[in-house]
Design a protein around this ligand. Sequence first.
Ligand SMILES: NC(=O)c1ccc[n+]([C@@H]2O[C@H](COP(=O)([O-])OP(=O)(O)OC[C@H]3O[C@@H](n4cnc5c(N)ncnc54)[C@H](O)[C@@H]3O)[C@@H](O)[C@H]2O)c1
Length: 255
Amino acid sequence: MIKVIISGAAGVMGHMVAECTAAADGFEAIAGLDRADDFSGSFPIYGDFDKCQEDADVIIDFSHFSAFPKVLAFAEKRHLPLVVATTGLSDDDQKAIEAKSKDFPIFKSANMSLGINVMADVLKQISPILKDFDIEIVEAHHHRKVDAPSGTALLLADAVNDGLEAAGMDKKNYTYGRHGLDCKRTEDELGISAIRGGTIPGVHLALYAGDDELIEIKHTALSRKIFANGALKAARFLVGQKNGLYDMQDVIRAQ
Ligand SMILES: NC(=O)c1ccc[n+]([C@@H]2O[C@H](COP(=O)([O-])OP(=O)(O)OC[C@H]3O[C@@H](n4cnc5c(N)ncnc54)[C@H](O)[C@@H]3O)[C@@H](O)[C@H]2O)c1
């Protein structure tokens, strides 16, 4: 039985992880971390992380970038493998993840779904072939989302640049949204635009616009379950791994 501490347990994804943990074989949610105590559910949620003394195997973090330094310190103190799903992390957070992953295993992915990670692989492969096409990424999410563009849009943009770099081509510069009288597109640009509204779990569209032709590669999340179940898959992979930094490509390769 893999015992899980859910960080961001009181949030939308925290609830979804708890629901999927209860439905999955071999997992048990034993505690939560969030902004405030809540002992009314099937496991205790602690506002003060130091009060969480439960004996766990892994932490799954779907919280908020402002909470992340605390979450990382908690994982380090308890020496627990950490699955990071929270987005909007700073460069300093990223550096801290890389440094701490030498001391305990950390998994990080801005998108826990298999589909998006396969889409990233596809973009990596086709971008050098479609080098003369203008590439744009458009994402849409629910109106509660605080960060923009989504971590997934950046993951996909990075996949484009990884593909170009691997083929010895220049990487693109990211342009976030467009507004004003001086926004003419340049060749070295990769545009990233964000739409916010309603309850959309997540839509990501990669557009390759050429002369008289358009390729559209689109992923639509129909339920947040794909992220929660993906995080559980990552947790199962991470428990027992050597220290290091892992992502969804490692999980896919291990299947
Ligand atoms: N990687 C993925 O596949 C994936 C998928 C969906 C969401 N996410 C990310 O997961 C995160 C959570 O998403 P959500 O929709 O559940 O958001 P949410 O706002 O519903 O939940 C966030 C939770 O974090 C808690 N929190 C906020 N600040 C805190 C702090 N300083 N200390 C402790 N707890 C704090 C909130 O109280 C809340 O319960 C976001 O960063 C989102 O982008 C990632």
